[in-house]
Design a protein around this ligand. Structure first.
Ligand code: ADP
Ligand code: GN1
Ligand code: MG
Length: 372
């Protein structure tokens, strides 16, 4: 739904500050899940500051209390380390503003909506596409460092904000259910895509089986490492702040590596409809591998490292399966901006999977090159 500006100005922002003047509240960013705004406020002392205000998508995140407890825990933990290392805790991780009554978010009793407020990290870029190889390498370092910094975080204290989030086998089961139900009568349009997904059924379990066999461990992972979820410093072009912490949960290293490749090493946008433009850019794959392993390589075991290409393929496959499922279910999960948007995205992701399969040996060679 459209959120009226007056609601933000008169009911939401006053929960966080008293005596403010709201200068503007524009919608912001290109995330698929939350509703994000970038309000600019004049505080009682005259200072003008920009914030990020988000309405948490509570259909996706059904336990906002648990979710916000995770984010508070992770950002306080990171702030301590950043401070100790002489960094800037206001720029290198998210800064949450509590409500005036001390809660980590505001649940509006009238609408049931849940709102949270962050400091806007200024003079940074959030890219939907890497402008060059170096940017992508820097994002890899940021996500690799994030994973490395959280190795000591008490994983058991984390709430599972979306159960089975990267359980690829479960995602495929959901697709099968959606196919059976065919709620919207769209199945006849997507038979080739459903076949593509089912033909890869045995791949879906590869990482889960290795984890069950004790060969790859659970870690604290971000789980949504799209390029636009890291803020890049405009001046230094370093990836300085990992954002969108809603899905930080125990997971496999491959989820973070893989999701970044899926989104950022595609030669086309995630929803490009001209599939001839969709392929895996091997030089971006190499840049990301180099950056990620420079930061996180020290904590990953040999099996984890060798399986990174499988992470890339499975995250792309899984995302395609999720888009296709959402299309069959009537576009109820991901924000869509046009008719057939989820189907376009699913086709795009499957095209990228096919290209990864064609480039499998080259991906493995690149991993070997940086796996020293
Ligand atoms: P979603 O889950 O919908 O993707 P995000 O938390 O990723 O929501 O926020 C959407 C976009 O808003 C991000 O991709 C980024 O461009 C911008 N953004 C989010 N938090 C900040 C922040 N603290 N400072 C600057 N930009 C931000
Ligand atoms: C969503 O929230 P955002 O836009 O960063 C989704 C990811 C998908 C991605 C596809 C919580 O990410 O899992 O990979 O869209 N986030 C959630 O672009 O489902
Ligand atoms: Mg995001």
């Amino acid at each position: 739904m459209q959120i009226p500006q007056e609601m933000i100005r008169d009911s939401v922002l006053p929960q966080f500050f008293s005596g403010i003047e709201v200068l503007e509240t524009p919608p912001y960013g290109s995330g698929h899940i939350n509703d994000t705004f970038a309000p600019v406020l004049r505080r009682a002392d005259g200072t003008v500051t920009r914030y990020i205000l988000q309405r948490i998508n509570t259909r996706v995140f059904q336990d906002p209390d648990g979710l916000m407890e995770n984010i508070q825990g992770i950002t306080s933990y990171l702030k301590e380390i950043i401070q100790k290392n002489g960094g800037n805790p206001l720029r290198e991780t998210l800064t949450l503003f509590p409500t005036r009554s001390g809660a980590s978010f505001f649940r509006d009793p009238e609408t049931g909506f849940c709102w949270r407020l962050y400091l806007f990290v200024e003079n940074t870029l959030s890219l939907d596409k890497p402008e060059n190889t170096e940017d992508f390498y820097c994002s890899a370092r940021a996500f690799g460092r994030f994973q490395q910094l959280l190795t000591g975080y008490p994983a058991a204290s984390l709430h599972e904000t979306i159960p089975k989030f990267h359980h690829t086998v479960n995602r495929l089961d959901n697709l099968k259910k959606a196919v059976q139900e065919d709620k919207m009568g769209r199945l006849n349009e997507v038979e080739a895509e459903v076949r593509f997904a089912l033909e890869r059924e045995k791949d879906a379990a590869v990482l889960l089986d290795l984890h069950a066999a004790g060969e790859i461990p659970l870690r604290v992972t971000h789980n949504d490492t799209k390029l636009n979820n890291v803020l890049i410093d405009e001046q230094t072009r370093q990836g300085i702040c990992v954002i969108d912490l809603d899905t930080v949960m125990p997971g496999l290293a491959h989820y973070d590596f893989g999701d970044s490749i899926r989104f950022g090493a595609n030669t086309a946008a995630e929803d490009e409809t001209d599939l001839s433009k969709v392929s895996l850019d091997l030089s971006l794959f190499e840049a990301y591998t180099r950056g990620f392993l420079e930061e996180a390589g020290g904590v990953l075991n040999q099996t984890e490292k060798e399986l990174l290409p499988m992470g890339a393929k499975l995250m792309t496959f899984e995302c395609g399966v999720r888009f296709l499922t959402d299309y069959l279910e009537g576009d109820v999960y991901f924000k869509t901006h046009r008719e057939g948007h989820n189907l376009d995205r699913a086709r795009n992701q499957f095209q990228l999977v096919a290209d990864m399969e064609a480039k499998w040996e080259e991906m493995a060679r690149i991993i070997r090159k940086y796996n020293r």
